[in-house]
Design a protein. Sequence first.
Length: 274
Amino acid sequence: MKITAQQVNELRKITGAGMMDCKKALVESDGDIEKAIDILRKKGQKVAAKRADRSANEGVVLAKVSDDKTFAAVIMINCETDFVAKNADFIGYTQSVIDLAVANKIKNADDLKAADMNGDTVEETITHQTGVIGEKIELGAYEVVEGASTYAYIHPGNRIASIAAFNKAGDFDVAGKDVVMQIAAMAPVSLDQNDVPEEVKQREIEIGKDQARQEGKPEEMLERIAMGKLNKFFKENTLLNQAFIKDTKKTVGQYLKEADKDLTVVAFKRLALA
Protein backbone atom coordinates (compact mmCIF):
# COMPACT_ATOMS: atom_id res chain seq x y z
CA MET A 1 0.00 0.00 0.00
CA LYS A 2 1.27 3.45 -0.92
CA ILE A 3 1.63 5.82 2.05
CA THR A 4 1.05 9.49 1.23
CA ALA A 5 2.91 12.49 2.60
CA GLN A 6 -0.42 13.73 3.97
CA GLN A 7 -0.81 10.55 6.06
CA VAL A 8 2.75 10.88 7.36
CA ASN A 9 2.19 14.53 8.31
CA GLU A 10 -1.09 13.71 10.04
CA LEU A 11 0.54 10.98 12.14
CA ARG A 12 3.48 13.24 12.89
CA LYS A 13 1.15 16.00 14.16
CA ILE A 14 -0.69 13.55 16.40
CA THR A 15 2.38 11.84 17.85
CA GLY A 16 5.32 14.21 17.43
CA ALA A 17 7.39 11.29 16.08
CA GLY A 18 9.94 11.69 13.29
CA MET A 19 8.88 11.47 9.63
CA MET A 20 10.67 8.20 8.91
CA ASP A 21 9.30 6.59 12.10
CA CYS A 22 5.80 7.69 11.10
CA LYS A 23 6.19 6.34 7.58
CA LYS A 24 7.47 2.97 8.82
CA ALA A 25 4.61 2.71 11.32
CA LEU A 26 2.06 3.50 8.60
CA VAL A 27 3.57 0.90 6.24
CA GLU A 28 3.48 -1.68 9.03
CA SER A 29 -0.15 -0.82 9.84
CA ASP A 30 -1.28 -0.69 6.18
CA GLY A 31 -2.13 2.98 6.56
CA ASP A 32 -4.28 2.62 9.68
CA ILE A 33 -3.56 5.72 11.80
CA GLU A 34 -4.78 4.19 15.08
CA LYS A 35 -2.67 1.06 14.60
CA ALA A 36 0.30 3.21 13.61
CA ILE A 37 -0.05 5.20 16.84
CA ASP A 38 0.01 1.91 18.79
CA ILE A 39 3.11 0.79 16.88
CA LEU A 40 4.87 4.06 17.77
CA ARG A 41 3.80 3.76 21.40
CA LYS A 42 5.14 0.21 21.53
CA LYS A 43 8.39 1.47 20.10
CA GLY A 44 8.44 4.08 22.85
CA GLN A 45 7.93 1.43 25.51
CA LYS A 46 10.78 -0.62 24.10
CA VAL A 47 13.10 2.39 24.05
CA ALA A 48 12.06 3.31 27.59
CA ALA A 49 12.94 -0.17 28.82
CA LYS A 50 16.23 -0.12 26.91
CA ARG A 51 17.25 3.21 28.48
CA ALA A 52 15.98 2.61 32.02
CA ASP A 53 19.53 2.43 33.36
CA ARG A 54 20.56 5.77 31.89
CA SER A 55 20.82 8.93 33.98
CA ALA A 56 18.38 11.73 33.19
CA ASN A 57 20.09 14.71 34.83
CA GLU A 58 19.11 17.42 32.37
CA GLY A 59 15.61 18.66 31.75
CA VAL A 60 13.09 21.47 32.01
CA VAL A 61 11.71 23.12 35.16
CA LEU A 62 8.53 25.20 34.83
CA ALA A 63 6.02 26.78 37.23
CA LYS A 64 2.50 28.08 36.79
CA VAL A 65 -0.36 29.68 38.76
CA SER A 66 -4.05 28.81 38.33
CA ASP A 67 -6.45 31.35 36.84
CA ASP A 68 -7.97 32.06 40.26
CA LYS A 69 -4.44 32.44 41.73
CA THR A 70 -5.16 30.09 44.66
CA PHE A 71 -3.07 27.17 43.33
CA ALA A 72 0.45 26.97 41.92
CA ALA A 73 2.57 24.08 40.69
CA VAL A 74 6.21 23.54 39.76
CA ILE A 75 7.35 20.64 37.59
CA MET A 76 10.62 19.05 36.51
CA ILE A 77 10.70 16.70 33.52
CA ASN A 78 14.13 15.18 33.04
CA CYS A 79 16.03 14.02 29.98
CA GLU A 80 19.61 12.92 29.37
CA THR A 81 21.14 15.79 27.40
CA ASP A 82 21.19 19.57 27.39
CA PHE A 83 20.47 19.42 23.64
CA VAL A 84 17.04 17.87 24.28
CA ALA A 85 16.37 20.12 27.31
CA LYS A 86 16.71 23.19 25.08
CA ASN A 87 14.55 21.75 22.29
CA ALA A 88 11.39 23.81 21.76
CA ASP A 89 9.22 20.69 21.35
CA PHE A 90 10.43 19.24 24.66
CA ILE A 91 9.87 22.55 26.46
CA GLY A 92 6.43 22.70 24.84
CA TYR A 93 5.62 19.19 26.01
CA THR A 94 6.62 20.07 29.59
CA GLN A 95 4.46 23.18 29.36
CA SER A 96 1.48 21.11 28.21
CA VAL A 97 1.87 18.80 31.24
CA ILE A 98 1.95 21.64 33.75
CA ASP A 99 -0.95 23.35 31.94
CA LEU A 100 -2.99 20.18 32.47
CA ALA A 101 -1.87 19.87 36.09
CA VAL A 102 -2.75 23.44 37.04
CA ALA A 103 -6.05 23.50 35.11
CA ASN A 104 -7.16 20.45 37.12
CA LYS A 105 -5.39 21.46 40.36
CA ILE A 106 -3.68 18.08 40.55
CA LYS A 107 -2.18 17.68 44.04
CA ASN A 108 0.66 15.16 43.66
CA ALA A 109 2.95 13.37 41.20
CA ASP A 110 1.08 10.05 41.29
CA ASP A 111 -2.23 11.73 40.39
CA LEU A 112 -0.47 13.68 37.65
CA LYS A 113 1.00 10.53 36.11
CA ALA A 114 -2.48 8.96 36.06
CA ALA A 115 -4.22 12.05 34.64
CA ASP A 116 -5.78 11.88 31.17
CA MET A 117 -3.93 13.76 28.45
CA ASN A 118 -5.64 13.48 25.06
CA GLY A 119 -6.69 9.89 25.65
CA ASP A 120 -3.48 8.67 27.26
CA THR A 121 -2.23 9.00 30.81
CA VAL A 122 0.54 11.52 31.40
CA GLU A 123 2.82 8.59 32.27
CA GLU A 124 2.07 7.01 28.87
CA THR A 125 2.86 10.28 27.10
CA ILE A 126 6.21 10.42 28.91
CA THR A 127 6.97 6.90 27.67
CA HIS A 128 5.98 8.01 24.19
CA GLN A 129 8.34 10.99 24.42
CA THR A 130 11.13 8.53 25.23
CA GLY A 131 10.37 6.73 21.98
CA VAL A 132 10.18 9.91 19.92
CA ILE A 133 13.32 11.51 21.37
CA GLY A 134 15.41 8.40 21.97
CA GLU A 135 16.47 9.48 25.47
CA LYS A 136 15.30 8.48 28.92
CA ILE A 137 12.49 10.89 29.87
CA GLU A 138 10.95 10.96 33.34
CA LEU A 139 8.88 13.08 35.68
CA GLY A 140 11.60 14.21 38.07
CA ALA A 141 9.45 16.18 40.51
CA TYR A 142 6.09 17.85 40.92
CA GLU A 143 5.15 20.14 43.82
CA VAL A 144 2.19 22.38 44.60
CA VAL A 145 1.14 25.12 47.02
CA GLU A 146 -2.29 26.53 47.82
CA GLY A 147 -3.31 29.75 49.53
CA ALA A 148 -5.37 32.91 49.34
CA SER A 149 -2.96 33.97 46.58
CA THR A 150 -0.03 32.26 44.86
CA TYR A 151 2.88 33.33 42.68
CA ALA A 152 5.39 31.58 40.42
CA TYR A 153 8.80 32.38 38.94
CA ILE A 154 10.81 30.62 36.23
CA HIS A 155 14.46 31.61 36.01
CA PRO A 156 15.64 32.19 32.41
CA GLY A 157 16.90 28.90 30.99
CA ASN A 158 14.17 26.76 32.60
CA ARG A 159 16.54 25.18 35.15
CA ILE A 160 15.15 26.76 38.35
CA ALA A 161 11.58 27.62 39.26
CA SER A 162 9.75 28.50 42.46
CA ILE A 163 6.22 28.95 43.78
CA ALA A 164 4.81 30.51 46.95
CA ALA A 165 1.44 30.77 48.66
CA PHE A 166 0.34 33.75 50.75
CA ASN A 167 -2.23 34.10 53.51
CA LYS A 168 -4.01 37.03 51.87
CA ALA A 169 -5.31 38.00 48.43
CA GLY A 170 -5.02 41.51 47.11
CA ASP A 171 -2.79 43.79 45.11
CA PHE A 172 0.43 42.02 46.09
CA ASP A 173 1.88 41.25 42.64
CA VAL A 174 5.13 43.14 43.24
CA ALA A 175 5.74 41.56 46.65
CA GLY A 176 4.67 38.13 45.39
CA LYS A 177 7.06 38.23 42.44
CA ASP A 178 9.88 39.53 44.62
CA VAL A 179 9.43 36.64 47.06
CA VAL A 180 9.38 33.87 44.44
CA MET A 181 12.52 35.39 42.90
CA GLN A 182 14.10 35.41 46.38
CA ILE A 183 13.24 31.71 46.79
CA ALA A 184 14.78 30.86 43.41
CA ALA A 185 17.95 32.84 44.13
CA MET A 186 18.55 32.03 47.81
CA ALA A 187 17.17 28.46 48.13
CA PRO A 188 15.77 28.70 51.69
CA VAL A 189 15.33 25.38 53.51
CA SER A 190 12.16 26.37 55.35
CA LEU A 191 9.72 29.20 56.02
CA ASP A 192 11.09 30.32 59.39
CA GLN A 193 12.93 28.87 62.40
CA ASN A 194 9.77 27.11 63.62
CA ASP A 195 9.65 25.05 60.42
CA VAL A 196 13.25 23.83 60.62
CA PRO A 197 13.19 20.14 61.63
CA GLU A 198 14.47 19.49 65.15
CA GLU A 199 17.17 17.11 63.88
CA VAL A 200 18.53 19.87 61.62
CA LYS A 201 18.65 22.29 64.55
CA GLN A 202 20.46 19.74 66.74
CA ARG A 203 22.94 18.99 63.97
CA GLU A 204 23.70 22.70 63.54
CA ILE A 205 24.17 23.09 67.31
CA GLU A 206 26.60 20.14 67.44
CA ILE A 207 28.53 21.50 64.46
CA GLY A 208 28.70 24.91 66.16
CA LYS A 209 30.02 23.37 69.38
CA ASP A 210 32.65 21.35 67.54
CA GLN A 211 33.83 24.40 65.62
CA ALA A 212 34.09 26.46 68.81
CA ARG A 213 35.88 23.61 70.60
CA GLN A 214 38.44 23.35 67.77
CA GLU A 215 38.98 27.10 68.03
CA GLY A 216 39.94 26.58 71.69
CA LYS A 217 36.88 28.22 73.24
CA PRO A 218 36.10 27.33 76.91
CA GLU A 219 33.68 24.42 77.36
CA GLU A 220 31.20 26.56 79.31
CA MET A 221 30.89 28.95 76.33
CA LEU A 222 30.23 26.31 73.69
CA GLU A 223 26.44 26.23 74.06
CA ARG A 224 26.10 30.01 73.77
CA ILE A 225 28.43 30.14 70.77
CA ALA A 226 26.56 27.30 69.08
CA MET A 227 23.22 29.06 69.60
CA GLY A 228 24.68 32.16 67.97
CA LYS A 229 25.71 30.08 64.98
CA LEU A 230 22.22 28.52 64.87
CA ASN A 231 20.65 31.98 64.71
CA LYS A 232 22.98 32.82 61.83
CA PHE A 233 21.84 29.61 60.13
CA PHE A 234 18.19 30.72 60.53
CA LYS A 235 19.00 34.14 59.06
CA GLU A 236 20.73 32.65 56.03
CA ASN A 237 18.46 29.66 55.36
CA THR A 238 14.87 30.46 56.42
CA LEU A 239 12.84 32.53 53.98
CA LEU A 240 11.22 35.07 56.29
CA ASN A 241 14.50 35.70 58.15
CA GLN A 242 16.71 35.98 55.08
CA ALA A 243 18.03 39.36 54.04
CA PHE A 244 15.81 40.64 51.22
CA ILE A 245 17.95 40.51 48.07
CA LYS A 246 16.72 43.91 46.79
CA ASP A 247 17.42 45.64 50.13
CA THR A 248 19.64 43.66 52.49
CA LYS A 249 18.95 46.05 55.39
CA LYS A 250 15.58 44.34 55.88
CA THR A 251 14.43 40.73 56.08
CA VAL A 252 11.90 39.19 53.72
CA GLY A 253 9.41 39.14 56.60
CA GLN A 254 9.91 42.87 57.20
CA TYR A 255 9.56 43.59 53.48
CA LEU A 256 6.20 41.80 53.40
CA LYS A 257 4.96 43.78 56.41
CA GLU A 258 5.60 46.96 54.42
CA ALA A 259 3.20 45.70 51.74
CA ASP A 260 0.58 44.68 54.34
CA LYS A 261 1.04 44.36 58.09
CA ASP A 262 -0.58 40.89 58.11
CA LEU A 263 0.92 39.53 54.87
CA THR A 264 3.09 36.43 55.08
CA VAL A 265 4.09 33.33 53.15
CA VAL A 266 2.35 30.13 54.20
CA ALA A 267 4.14 27.67 51.87
CA PHE A 268 6.76 27.57 49.14
CA LYS A 269 8.49 25.09 46.84
CA ARG A 270 11.62 25.33 44.70
CA LEU A 271 12.93 22.94 42.06
CA ALA A 272 16.34 23.18 40.42
CA LEU A 273 18.43 21.05 38.11
CA ALA A 274 21.81 20.23 39.59
